[in-house]
Design a protein around this ligand. Structure first.
Ligand code: ADP
Ligand code: AMP
Length: 217
């Protein structure tokens, strides 16, 4: 048996992966690693990686596999991943999933569970175009389904809330298309490996958390 536990949150953009990752990572004491957040941090810091990723993110396309895999390899080698991690937004292609499997075996770990948050397409558009994110701490809100207490301000750190550039309606449509083409095959990939756990992502945020924790227990 491999020693380290890695959990991959799977689902389309807007399914609630980031929202649920916060709850699960705290309960299971695993660091939350979001590939999208790492790209956005690099963008903010104007690193070479950030500049490269921006071109793809703005169009709703995926950053190339080699760049993304090497970024995740670096992140997973850090000491906070000594018992495993909760991955959100990675892998997103079969090539990334294969790379993750071989990377984890070299780290004495494996993908133990893949909760798949299932949400139909028509719901995703409303979720993404109404999403507001804290500029300071990254906390995610929804103007209708999960609003902040004070409009435009984060409940936790009072940071300014903003709408992501790639949450505009045109880019959202492209991102969902890219998901269906490149990421959806991972449902079969992980089902064949016996680790897929499907949950209904259309329920309330609280109910989805309960269902995910039950599925993982
Ligand atoms: P992902 O990380 O999968 O892209 P997020 O966690 O950022 O998705 O959620 C997308 C948007 O939908 C956010 O505005 C969030 O507040 C909202 N949201 C998440 N889960 C639910 C839910 N179960 N019901 C209604 N809105 C939700
Ligand atoms: P997210 O925050 O998960 O919605 O990701 C935002 C954007 O970052 C995506 O639309 C992609 O451009 C890029 N991205 C995030 N994760 C990956 C990944 N695993 N592979 C390729 N691109 C990614």
């Amino acid at each position: 048996m491999s020693l380290k536990t890695f959990i991959v949150l799977l689902g389309p953009p807007g399914a609630g992966k980031g929202t649920q990752a916060q709850v699960i990572s705290e309960k299971l004491k695993l660091p939350h690693i979001s590939s999208g957040d790492i790209f956005r941090e690099n963008l903010k810091g104007q690193t070479e990686l950030g500049k490269l990723a921006k071109g793809y993110m703005d169009k709703g396309e995926l950053v190339p596999d080699d760049v993304t895999i090497s970024m995740i390899r670096d992140r997973l080698s850090r000491s906070d991943c000594s018992t495993g991690a909760l991955l959100d937004g990675f892998p997103r292609t079969p090539t990334q999933a294969e790379a993750l499997a071989s990377l984890l075996s070299s780290l004495d770990g494996s993908v133990k569970a893949v909760p798949y948050i299932n949400v139909p397409e028509h719901i995703l558009i409303e979720r993404l175009t109404g999403r507001w994110t804290c500029r300071s701490c990254g906390q995610v809100y929804h103007e209708k389904f999960n609003p902040s207490k004070v409009q435009g301000k984060c409940d936790f750190c009072a940071g300014e809330l903003y709408q992501r550039d790639d949450d505009k309606a045109e880019t959202v449509t492209r991102r969902i298309h890219v998901y269906l083409e490149q990421t959806q095959p991972l449902i079969d990939f992980y089902q064949q490996r016996g680790v897929l756990l499907e949950v209904d992502g259309t329920l309330s945020i609280e109910q989805v958390s309960v269902d995910l924790l039950t599925a993982l227990s």
